[in-house]
Design a protein around this ligand. Sequence first.
Ligand code: FAD
Ligand code: NAD
Length: 522
Amino acid sequence: MLNVPPQAFPAPSSQQRAAAGGRAKVPLKPGRSLMDWIRLTKSGKDMTGLKGRLIEVTEDELAKHNKKEDCWICIRGFVYNVTPYMEYHPGGEDELMKAAGTDGTDLFDQVHRWVNYESMLKECLVGRMAVKPIAAPKEITSVCEEKKQLNGMLPEKKVLSGASKDLTPSYDWFQTDSLITIVIYTKQKDMNAELVILDHEDKRLRGEIIVDDYSYLLEVDLDHAVEEDMAVNIAEKVGKVEIILKKKDNVHWKILGQPLESHNTFMKRTDRGLFYRKCKLVLKTEVTHDTKLFCLLLPESTHLRVPTGQHVYLKQIIAGTEVVKPYTPVLPFLPLDFKEPSCHDSAHIYLMIKIYSCGLFTQALDHLQIGDCISVSNPEGSFKKSQVQTSEDLFLLAAGTGFTPMVKLLNFALTEVSCLRTVKLIFFNRTEDDILWRNQLEQLALKDQRFEIQFILSQPKKDWVGKQGMISSSLLSEFVKRSRKDSKVLICICGPTPFTEQGVQYLKDLGYSQEEVHPFTA
Ligand code: FAD
Ligand code: NAD
């Protein structure tokens, strides 16, 4: 069934997601970079063959355009002629052809739902699917109460079917002369601050609660203005989240506000659009000759903690096109004292980013000035802390900036996982000058006996006496060994795609199970 969205046509400035990100999966021909694509789309060339005319496309018509030299794809009800994009697709032509002449929405969501195709493929828009019986958005059954005012009576939720219904959070609100308190009953026993993401700007309040792979959203245009700062109280054991807003005027509110489009919905996280807020660049420091630590300040009206092992998306407009890339927040430095859980600074997000001399996104990032703003998304990622919590041996295989997810992971492991006997970082870099936080890592190894560091260089200078080479089966069998015959092991791996893919394969060949290996990918 084709997925026809209910929005106006063409798509309004929707909750913008990402644009082609990560490094290309297949080598692209020269002159086929993202920047080249942006230039082509701005050249005035007729990309659809329809001279700018938008048409209604039937399923039969769509199916006819299923060849490399004539390829149409439907995404969320909109049809794009992707023929001119073929050679520019970072995932390769074959990947794109999997959806040729069909509804590619699911395939697209599986591979890179964060890519901002609306902006990237704007000039390739052929039209909208002719409306057949409208497919309700996945797993949502009731939208009829959408416009009802929130007068204390809870409007009917968009609910999940079957057993998941019992898990659907609910909310209520009350007020005093000066405060509005919204209470969300998450029905989760292990609620914590990382599972609560709140934003409010002007009178618009957005609260997202993460429940495993699902997301509950409260989204309201508040009845009256509130102060920027708010308090969030989380009763972890009972799963109650209290949002306390300060009224700007001490008037009595008759209603909480008007529900917005996705208010009171509970759906799979992957079906929820990414939400961005503007963060201010407050500090930029050098880490190595080409890598910098960016410190971004969250708005006062945002409550957001990026969990260990997860990444965020940054969004910038480059040459008129929205471009989005993923980055993994780190800590400002590697804490050396692991006796106490460190008190994390929750107002800032630190990103360690390599600036590529011909990188589209990182060049634009490097040109940001202190005080400039950049859009930062909600966190995403499949890593779960519970994977480490039962491990006795933790191996971290990092290459280049693939070190970034290891920073919080190291801190978490050494601080909070009491059963860990060994933590070993095997860090692959080109040269000595490329090693990120080398001093800090060496100091940590001196300070904590459980931690060991091994540097491996692929292009060392003559005077390098350490290990050299690329990831290989023999290197891994030398460095990745259980401390005891049957010890529980977790191996995390992150770096350039070929590095990660080869590493996963070698580890499999060496007898490690799928559960024992976690590759970080987009
Ligand atoms: P691009 O314009 O994409 O190119 C980068 C460099 O690669 C250039 O030198 C370019 O010439 C070369 N290149 C691009 N495509 C090809 C090709 N097909 N063949 C050969 N060379 C090519 N990066 C970080 O620095 N820090 C992080 O914390 C971080 N976290 C990430 C988290 C995730 C989940 C993922 C998937 C990636 C992460 N990255 C991180 C990488 C980041 O998303 C970008 O890919 C990176 O910053 C490069 O973006 P760019 O637009 O500047 O470079
Ligand atoms: P780099 O090019 O400097 O290479 C670092 C090391 O990686 C090399 O010394 C080599 O040992 C290894 N390597 C490089 N290319 C390889 C190949 N083709 N096969 C096997 N091994 C190879 O690395 P960089 O420029 O810092 O790039 C880091 C990569 O990590 C980027 O592609 C980035 O997207 C990725 N990354 C991913 C995540 C994530 O969560 N998925 C997070 C951060 C970074």
